[in-house]
Design a protein around this ligand. Sequence first.
Ligand code: BG6
Length: 586
Amino acid sequence: MCGIFGYVGGERDARDAVLEGLQQLDYRGYDSWGIATYDGTLHTDKKVGAVPRTMARLPGHTGIGHTRWATHGSVTDVNAHPHAASDGSFVLAHNGIVENADELKRTLSRAGYAFNTQTDTEAIVRLVELNAKKHPLPEAVRLACRELTGRNTIIVLAKNGTVIAVKNGSPLVLGRGAERGVHYISSDVLSFSAHVREVAVLENEQMIVLEGTRVSGKTLQGRTFTPRFEKNAIVGAKVSKDGFPHFMLKEIHESGAVVRAVMKSPQKQLGDVAQVIRRARHVYCIGSGTAGAAAAQIAYYLRVYGRINATELIGAEASDRLPFFTKRDVIIAPSQSGETADVLEVLEYAQARGATIVTYVNMPGSSMSRLADHSFMAQAGPEICVMSTKIFVSQLAWGYLLAKTVGGKRKAALSALRSLARALDSFLTDASTRRRIRDAAMLFSKSNHLFLIGKGQNKQIIKEGMVKIIEGAYVHAHGIPAGDLKHYAITLMEKGTPVIAVVSKDSLQSDVLNAIHEVKARGARVFGIAPSPSPHFDSYLPTPECGETSAIFNVVPLQLLAYEMAVMRGNNVDKPRNIAKSVTVK
Ligand code: BG6
């Protein structure tokens, strides 16, 4: 998952326009960056590291750029994009994985091409060069893209200033500014939303060619098309930390607001989807990473409150299910970006077999929201921190509302969510919260291993707490379903082992407290997140009683704990190492 950006047809300094775009895109990967501009000749600058605040001047009013999350080839200046043609006739940047790169490289080597990098991208560059011996560059690019397998989106800057871009898998959007003829190209709308009025979302196998102020479209099959522009849903969106030290803390503090946004989910649409779910032969909930935990929690809510035997799937682990999808099935996919390749592949496959696709996405115009039969938008505002926090809360709140609607209890759900939003607001503004969380973080940030215990409605919450602590603090955390403890994990319990116990006032509370007794008996140190104290907690964070929405509340203290641990360990909170916000490659 990388970020691609382009600026064409305007009078701005292309280096500034592209650098500004890349700075908004580096949540997609920040191993290295590169910019190329055109002022009669091509100029390129590219380096290892995150997108800089400033850089050396590059002349010209046309440019492209790339921010990389390394898939093929280590993180080096040479492997940074864009990559140049041997004869300097163009430079190319790429987001995706060329699954047949080795085979292509063997064919191209036989045709006399050498490879200077370890990237799969270079196979595309040399293939375009080979085609360009017989065809004009746009045709050479089109023919090359037809030979690639995998999900690959590319942008090319030619030595005559033409910009060519092809969308085939990873996202690509075209923005039109207030001044006619000025175009922005990017991996997402947010990165240029301050400058454009209208956006055209490109579909797979579409190529656009921008020559100065002129734009033309051709599919990989050779059919011409005109990009369809719509009003930009987030025009002028400004993203700032609003005084918080990090986006992560700001976004955690928006938890109450996103729950209230869920309460505004269109009632008719919810009712229609509830009906579709009731009639389904089978309902699956699918996601990856944090969205995978959200999908599993939504499946839990559908089972408990909708009486639907829903099954959770992890995006990258669903291949054994594919043969079973039928047109009577429903697939529900929560996703912040709406571009996660693993999940998209399953949704495309299931839809081809006639299944009904329901998505819950935060990015307008994303692939999942466009593919869905029923698309819901989180309306949660941009989430910039690579670690998903407020969107996870939003996904759970929406899943709870959907499940209760299926069960005929929509009004009760709205009332529960209203109380939950109030409880979150007061918790996040309570001064003692920060102190208690920091004290716990002090304790845990010195440990290299820590455990989380929970059960039932909190089973996915401890998994998400584990994900947050690993992602943010780089500490090995392990979420243990309480019932599993005595079957294996208890062997790891010894004097001082740090354990976080997540407890709700529900029918399983005593089971969790029993598990705490067991770890305490072996010397563990327990931090309880619970509505009431216990003599077995060494330290304790009081939580309000939130009944059926208790689990949604409980994830916020865990997010805050991961945040404080990340800060104490001096990590890059909003851009943790090695991960990216949107995984648009398998
Ligand atoms: C991971 C992100 O790469 O992708 C997670 O770091 C996210 O935060 C996961 O949950 C799935 O992404 P999305 O966009 O489908 O929610």
